[in-house]
Design a protein around this ligand. Structure first.
Ligand SMILES: Nc1nc2c(c(=O)[nH]1)N[C@H]1C(S)=C(S)[C@@H](COP(=O)(O)OP(=O)(O)OC[C@H]3O[C@@H](n4cnc5c(=O)[nH]c(N)nc54)[C@H](O)[C@@H]3O)O[C@H]1N2
Ligand SMILES: Nc1nc2c(c(=O)[nH]1)N[C@H]1C(S)=C(S)[C@@H](COP(=O)(O)OP(=O)(O)OC[C@H]3O[C@@H](n4cnc5c(=O)[nH]c(N)nc54)[C@H](O)[C@@H]3O)O[C@H]1N2
Ligand SMILES: [Mo]
Length: 774
C-alpha cells in the first residue's frame, strides 16, 4: 500500500505533499530581498484569505503573546519580547489562522470517503478539510471512520490497555504543543498505568542538546535568556533558519547588529535571515523599506563540520593564551570546571589541517571566528537542528560548552549556551515529565507526591517505539498531537509498525496521514486548539507553556471551539485514565474541573515550581530557576565538565557520496504544508527537489531542473530511494545537498540514528544522485 503514504512514485508530483500543482516551478537560486518585511505581509494576507479568516485572523494577532492575557502563539518556542507591543511574525500568524479555519471535517465527510480513498489524497488536502469535530472509530468492514461517543472511545482504549500482558506494550507519544498541565497528567497516567514509554518529538529534535547540556552542566536547557541575547557582544547562530523557523529572532538579530555586536551565522546555506531583515513590527521600517542587517559574518561549514569549527576556535583561544593568559578566565576555570588540562591537551593535539578539512572552512575563516570570540566580552552560542540532528551532535554541543567555559561565558549576563527549541511547548513537555528516561530522583518525588509507584525501567523513545511495534512488543500507540507517521524516519517502516498495532489513537485538531495509517482498531479524538475557550466545571481554564528560555506563562483561549464535541487535551487524558485505571489514586475529575488543582500538585513535584499558580499569573509569567545559570553545576563532580571527545570524521569515504540534509521550506510547519513555495530560497511551486552544488551537478551530468533519482545508504547496509526529484543549483558546499522533510523521510533508514543521542540522522543522509531514466 505504497500509495497510503502519499508517495505516489508512479505519478510525478513535484508539489510533494503540498497542494496540487501544474508543475510550473521556479527556482531563482536564492532570495535577494530582506527577510520578513513586505514579502511576509503579502504571504500572511494570502493565508488569511485562504483560510477565510481575514477578520478573525487579524484580531487574533492582537491577543497573541500579550502579557497577562490572550494565548501563547502555538507556533515556535521563541520567547516573547517584553519591549515589543505586537510581538508576532508571519509564520506565527499563518500557524494560528490555520487552526482557526471555518472548514470542518464532520461525520458526513468520513461517510463519503473510505480510508483507502483518503490515503490517495495529498497531505495538504487532508489538512485542508478543516477542523475535526467529533470522535471517530475505524470500522474495517466499511473501511470508514464512524462516529463514536467519548465514553465508548475511552472504554475501548481502557479495555485494550487493560488487556495487554504488560503496560510496556503501550507507547504514549507527545508532540511539542501539549500544555504543561496536559503533559503532567499524561505522564502521570502513563506511570500510574505502569510504563515509561513516552516517546516525543524531542527525540527527533533536541534530544542531543538535552543530553549534552546535562552531561556538561547538569541542566537539559540553555542558560541564556533573551536579555542575554540583547546584551552579548558576540552571537553565534548555528544551524538555524531563523527567517522561516523563528522569525521573531530576526528582531533580536537586527538589534544586535545595530548596537555593534558581532552576529555570526554558521550554516552550509546562507539563509535569508542571515543577511538582512525588515523588522516586522516596525511600521515605519515597513513603510520605508528600511532594512537592517542580521549578520556580520556567514560561515558555510560542511554538514557536521560545526565540531571542527568550534574546536578550531578553542585552538585560537589557547594559542592566544600563550602570550596573554588573561584571555582564559582562569579563575572561573579553576573554581567551576573539571578536566581543563586534559581538554587543553586534546585541542593542542588536533592539527589545523584536520580542523580545516573537517570544518570545510579555510584556516583564516576559523581563525576569524576565533578572534571574534576572543574580542567579545560576552558571547552567546545558539543552535538548532543543523547541529542537533547529526551523528556527533552530543559531542558537538559539548564542544560548544567547552568553548564557552574557556572564557567563563556561562552564568553571567550576556553569555551562555542557547538551543533554539522547536514546538511552542517542547521544552515544557520535558520539564513536566514527558521523558522516556527520567532520573530516579524525579520519579521518587512524583511517587511521593502523587502516591503512585512509577516503573523504574527505561521507556522507549521514538525510534525504539517504531522498532518495538515491528517486533510486536508495542501493541497500542497513542499520539497526543503530531503526525507520527510523517515525522518519523523511514516512512514505510514506521507505517508498517503502526499497521501492526492492535490500537492506534490520535488526538488531533486536523486530519493527517497518521489517521490513515492505523492499527487494527483506530480512534481519532478531536481536541480544542490553543486559541479556543476551555470551559470546565469551575469556569474557563487556562493552560501554561514554557518557552525556549525557560519562561513559563499562562495561555487562555477565547474563541468559540470549532465544535461543541471537542474536549481539551487534559480532559482527554483524564478520560483515558479513568477508563483504564481501576483503582486510581489520582483525582482525575477534580483536576479537570479546575486546572489550578493540577498546578498545585505540579508545584510540589517540579523543582522551581513552588507557588506555580501565583507565579504564572504574573505578566510574562516566571523563569524557572536553573542552578547552572548561577554557576551551581550539579554534575557528579560538582563542576562543569569539559568533554574530551575526539574530532569526528564527517566526510564520507567515497567521494561520490553526498551528505543530504532534510529541512523545512518557508511555507510549512513540520508535516503541515501551507504551499509549495519557499520564498526565501527563491522557490515556487515545487517541493520534490534537491539543492546541489553546481560542480556536483556537472560532475554527474545533471542539468538545472533535471529529474534525478536519489539512493540513500544506511548504516545497516540497506538502501532506499526516491525517483524524479528535480535537481536545482544552489549555493551549498560541495559534497552536500539539501531537500525538504517530510518528503525525504523515506530515505532515512530506521537504524540511521545517532549512537550518542538516538536521534534520527535527519541532517546527514548518505546519498548518491544520478539523472533519472527518461
Ligand atoms: N514556520 C515554521 N517554524 C518552525 C517549524 C516549522 O516547520 N515551520 N518547526 C519548528 C520546529 S519543531 C523546530 S525543531 C525548529 C527547526 O528550526 P531549524 O533548525 O531552523 O529547522 P530546519 O528547517 O531543519 O533548518 C535547519 C537549518 O540548519 C542548517 N544546517 C543543516 N546542516 C547543518 C550543519 O551541519 N551545520 C550547520 N551549522 N547548519 C546546518 C540548514 O541549512 C538549515 O538552515 O523550528 C520550529 N519553528
Ligand atoms: N526528515 C526530517 N524529519 C523530521 C525533522 C527534520 O528536520 N527532518 N524534524 C523533526 C522534528 S524537529 C519534529 S519536532 C517532528 C515533528 O513531529 P510532530 O510534532 O509529530 O508533527 P507536526 O507536523 O508538528 O504535527 C502536526 C499535527 O498536529 C496536530 N495538531 C495541531 N495542533 C494541535 C493541538 O493543539 N493539539 C493536538 N493534539 N494536535 C494538534 C494536527 O492534527 C497536525 O496535523 O518532525 C521531525 N521529523
Ligand atoms: Mo522540532
Amino acid at each position: 500500500m505504497g500509495e497510503a503514504f502519499g508517495l505516489m512514485q508512479d505519478v510525478p508530483r513535484q508539489g510533494g505533499f503540498g497542494p496540487a500543482t501544474d508543475g510550473r516551478w521556479v527556482s531563482k537560486g536564492g532570495y535577494d530581498h530582506p527577510a520578513a518585511g513586505w514579502g511576509a505581509a503579502f504571504s500572511v494576507a494570502d493565508v488569511l484569505i485562504r483560510t477565510r479568516e481575514p477578520f478573525a485572523g487579524t484580531k487574533a494577532m492582537f491577543v497573541m503573546n500579550h502579557p497577562g492575557r490572550g494565548y501563547d502563539c502555538p507556533g515556535c518556542a521563541w520567547p516573547d519580547d517584553k519591549g515589543v507591543t505586537l510581538d508576532i511574525c508571519e509564520n506565527g500568524i499563518k500557524h494560528v489562522t490555520w487552526e482557526m479555519t471555518h472548514k470542518r471535517v464532520g461525520r458526513e465527510f468520513f461517510q463519503n470517503h473510505t480510508v483507502t480513498e483518503l490515503a490517495n489524497w495529498t497531505d495538504f488536502d487532508l489538512e485542508d478539510q478543516g477542523r475535526l469535530t467529533e470522535p471517530m472509530v475505524y470500522n474495517a468492514a466499511t473501511d470508514r471512520y464512524e462516529p463514536i461517543s467519548w465514553d465508548d472511545a475511552f472504554a475501548m482504549i481502557g479495555e485494550q490497555l487493560r488487556a495487554l500482558e504488560s503496560p510496556d506494550q503501550a507507547a504514549f507519544y507527545t508532540s511539542g504543543r501539549l500544555s504543561n498541565e496536559a503533559s503532567f497528567l499524561y505522564q502521570l497516567f502513563s506511570r500510574e498505568y505502569g510504563t515509561n514509554n513516552l516517546p516525543d518529538c524531542s527525540n527527533m529534535c533536541h534530544e542531543a542538546s538535552g543530553r549534552a547540556l546535562t552531561a556538561s552542566i547538569a541542566t537539559g536547557k540553555g542558560t541564556a535568556d533573551l536579555e542575554d541575547w540583547d546584551q552579548c557582544d558576540a552571537l553565534f547562530v548555528m544551524g538555524v533558519n531563523a527567517a522561516s523557523n523563528a522569525p521573531r529572532m530576526l528582531t533580536t538579530l537586527a538589534a544586535a547588529v545595530d548596537r555593534g555586536a558581532q552576529v555570526v551565522h554558521v550554516n552550509p546555506l546562507i539563509e535569508a535571515g542571515a543577511t538582512r531583515t525588515i523588522v516586522p513590527h516596525e511600521i515605519i521600517d515597513m513603510a520605508t523599506f528600511h532594512t537592517t542587517p542580521t549578520s556580520t559574518d556567514n560561515l558555510q561549514v560542511r554538514p557536521g563540520g560545526d565540531f571542527a569549527l568550534i574546536r578550531g576556535m578553542a585552538k585560537v583561544v589557547f594559542e592566544a593564551a600563550e602570550s596573554d593568559p588573561s584571555v582564559l578566565d582562569q579563575a572561573f576555570i579553576d573554581e567551576y570546571t573539571h578536566e581543563f588540562e586534559a581538554y587543553r591537551r586534546i585541542v593542542e593535539a588536533t592539527s589545523w589541517a584536520e580542523l580545516v578539512e573537517q570544518a570545510g572552512l579555510g584556516e583564516p575563516e576559523i581563525r576569524r571566528a576565533g578572534e571574534i570570540y576572543l574580542a567579545a566580552d560576552r558571547t552567546v552560542i545558539s543552535w538548532c537542528l543543523g547541529v542537533s540532528q547529526h551523528e556527533h551532535a552530543v559531542d558537538t554541543i559539548r564542544e560548544i560548552v567547552n568553548l564557552l567555559l574557556l572564557r567563563g561565558n556561562i552564568g553571567r549576563p550576556g553569555a551562555g549556551p542557547s538551543p533554539v527549541r522547536g514546538h511552542s511547548n517542547v521544552q515544557g513537555n520535558r520539564t513536566c515529565g514527558i521523558n522516556h528516561n527520567p532520573t530516579a530522583a524525579w520519579l521518587d518525588r512524583l511517587d511521593e507526591v502523587c502516591g503512585i509507584t512509577s516503573p523504574r525501567t527505561h521507556g522507549l523513545d521514538t525510534v525504539h517505539t517504531v522498532a518495538a511495534m515491528h517486533a510486536g512488543a508495542v501493541k497500542v500507540f497513542v499520539g497526543m498531537g503530531g503526525n507520527f507517521v510523517r515525522a518519523a524516519p523511514d516512512t514505510p517502516f514506521t507505517a508498517a509498525g503502526l499497521n501492526q498495532c492492535d490500537l492506534t489513537v490520535q488526538v488531533s485538531t486536523k486530519l493527517n496521514r497518521s489517521h490513515l495509517v492505523h492499527g487494527r482498531n483506530a480512534l481519532i479524538l478531536p481536541c480544542l486548539a490553543r486559541t479556543e475557550a476551555d470551559l470546565q466545571k469551575n469556569g474557563p481554564q487556562s493552560i501554561s507553556m514554557e518557552d525556549a528560555m525557560s519562561s513559563v506563562q499562562l495561555s487562555t483561549g477565547t474563541r468559540r471551539p470549532a465544535s461543541e464535541h471537542l474536549r481539551s487535551e487534559p480532559a482527554i487524558v483524564a478520560g483515558i485514565a479513568m477508563a483504564t485505571l481501576e483503582n486510581s489514586v489520582t483525582p482525575w475529575q477534580d483536576y479537570i474541573d479546575d486546572y489550578s488543582r493540577i498546578r498545585d500538585v505540579m508545584a510540589k513535584v517540579l523543582p522551581g515550581f513552588e507557588g506555580y499558580n501565583q507565579l504564572v499569573e504574573q505578566p510574562y509569567g516566571f523563569r524557572i530557576p536553573q542552578p547552572a545559570r548561577e554557576r551551581d553545576f550539579r554534575t557528579p563532580s560538582g563542576r562543569a565538565e569539559f568533554s574530551l571527545a575526539p574530532l569526528p570524521n564527517v566526510i564520507p569515504e567515497d567521494a561520490d557520496i553526498l551528505v543530504l540534509q532534510t529541512m523545512r521550506s518557508h511555507d510549512q510547519w513540520n508535516t503541515t504544508i501551507y504551499s509549495n513555495n519557499d520564498r526565501y530560497r527563491g522557490i515556487r511551486n515545487i517541493r520534490e527537489l534537491i539543492f546541489m552544488n553546481r560542480k556536483d551537478m556537472r560532475m554527474r551530468g545533471i542539468k538545472e531542473g533535471a529529474f534525478v533519482d536519489i539512493v540513500s545508504y544506511s548504516k545497516d547496509g540497506t538502501t532506499r530511494s526516491v525517483q524524479r526529484f528535480r535537481a536545482l543549483e544552489y549555493d551549498i558546499p560541495r559534497g552536500s545537498a539539501a531537500g525538504y522533510m517530510p518528503e525525504l523521510n523515506v530515505l532515512i533508514g530506521a537504524k540511521d540514528y545517532s549512537a550518542q543521542s538516538d536521534q534520527p540522522l535527519m541532517k546527514s543522509i548518505r546519498v548518491r544522485v544520478a539523472p533519472s531514466a527518461e
